[in-house]
Design a protein around this ligand. Sequence first.
Ligand code: BMA
Length: 312
Amino acid sequence: MLRAKKRIVTRHEENPILTAEAFPNDIVTVFNCGVLKQAPDKYTMVCRAEDTNLDRYMWVADSTDGVHFKPRPEPVPFFMDDPVYAQYVGEGRSYHDPRITQIDGEIYVTHACHTSHGCQMGLMKTDESFENWQWMGLISWPDNRNGVLFPEKIGGKYWRLDRPNVRGAMDIWTGQSPDLIHWGVPRCIVPQGRIHWCYTKIGPGAVPIRTDEGWLCVIHGVRTQCTDFVYQLGVMLLDLEDPNEVIGVANRAILWPEKTYELIGQTPSVVFTCAAILEDDGEVKIYYGAADTVQCLALARVEDLIYACKHE
Ligand code: BMA
């Protein structure tokens, strides 16, 4: 099928918008950051930042325009007083890929962590200042990652997207919970083979965006190009009342590695998202990590993304 326009997403002209140079200490990479817009002039980013020892930090950065972010002086403290965190997550090497969701005024951050049993999902909570943190626990079995919470309860339950690794298949699933800690009702909603360029893996990306037409979700997909993985971004639309109902998944990729900073870095040929924000004028800011090295921003129109989900 021929699609109408080649590009429905454009890169911000100041890309990469955040690099390791903005951080103190020996931070060498910053990517796959979560972002929350709390007010017209208040965007808060939780960065994945890594140092020369490959120790991983969550690091808060602030912005008034959603483009220029200034990291705070210190990272989020590790939760070593929590025995489960200390045993499973530990200090430094494990937790990453924060996704920030505000639900009923509370701010939650899901993350992945490499425990001794494989990759699991953890949950943190903070407040509007992003200064006070609580670790809420592990919320998945191994092997699961890319967990992202919907920004409101649906049918009285919390909902999430995640990507368990089931017998080698890496698909998009939903789950439901009464309390954000205990999860069940797993459903596979988009298998990896459904979209051609996601034949190796498909997974959730940004926090779902409520639109009149459904939950708009920026996702990632992976193909194997010769010997390497290539990470690209796509979009899907889910029913507002029942996210297990897939209205559509665009069969086009919306962003793929092309720029030098996406093709060359710690991991070559990667664009990967943990955050997308719908602005009042219909612009969607898609925050993405490039080559697992720098943080970037891309822009789209919400109607183009929805059209792609429904008609392409
Ligand atoms: C995925 C995640 C991301 C990473 C990507 C590319 O599996 O672990 O954190 O950006 O691989 O390396």
